[in-house]
Design a protein around this ligand. Structure first.
Ligand code: IMP
Length: 171
């Protein structure tokens, strides 16, 4: 394997997005929702650079096995908080086909939050099967399978501090 995006670069991505959240949501006490498990590392990094009042929440929407999406998305763990009238910011690790985030958007919109904002550490727009455009993107990448900093390969490698690729997948 080799490093594709270094830890330092990930921290810079988190700082930039946190800065935008600080400016936009000051005084609004938004819910900063981590989409488990993949976004746990980026959500935690983002939170370090947030200097406004926020509440932290966790959901799990899962369907991904191995290196190919199964196309079926389920909410395995729901929010603990009523989001009616709240500003909700979903933090995802990577948007690939867009199925997970478009399912989450449809589900959460029914609960009438004041606003829904989507943050993703990485975006693979070339892989979309449904329309979905995140509001804040750490970095756009090509159609590559990446892992580390929360992202897994069959539950392995989430703990790596950098985002990595398998060498044969890079070119
Ligand atoms: P989507 O529903 O196809 O957009 O997929 C979103 C989920 O697939 C992400 O939250 C990841 O868990 C997983 N995923 C997509 N691409 C990758 C990748 O390159 N590495 C690891 N997981 C990925």
């Amino acid at each position: 394997m080799e490093v594709y995006i270094s830890h330092d670069e990930i921290v810079e991505m988190a700082k930039r997005i946190a800065g935008e959240i600080n400016d936009k949501f000051n005084g609004k006490n938004p819910l900063l929702v981590c989409v488990l498990k993949g976004a746990a590392a980026f959500h935690a990094e983002l939170v370090k650079h947030i200097d406004i009042d926020v509440e932290l929440e966790y959901i799990q929407a899962s369907s991904y096995e191995g290196t190919k999406s199964t196309g079926v998305v389920v909410l395995k763990k729901d929010l603990d908080t009523d989001i009616y009238g709240r500003d909700v910011i979903l933090v995802e690790d990577i948007v690939d086909t867009g199925l997970t985030m478009s399912t989450a958007r449809a589900e959460l919109a029914q609960r009438h939050p004041r606003s829904l904002t989507f943050v993703t550490m990485l975006d693979k727009p070339s892989r979309r099967v449904v329309e979905f455009t995140p509001d804040y993107v750490g970095r756009t990448i090509d159609d590559l399978f990446v892992f580390g900093f929360g992202l897994d390969v069959d539950e392995k490698y989430r703990h790596l501090k950098d985002i990595c690729v398998f060498k044969e997948h890079k070119h």
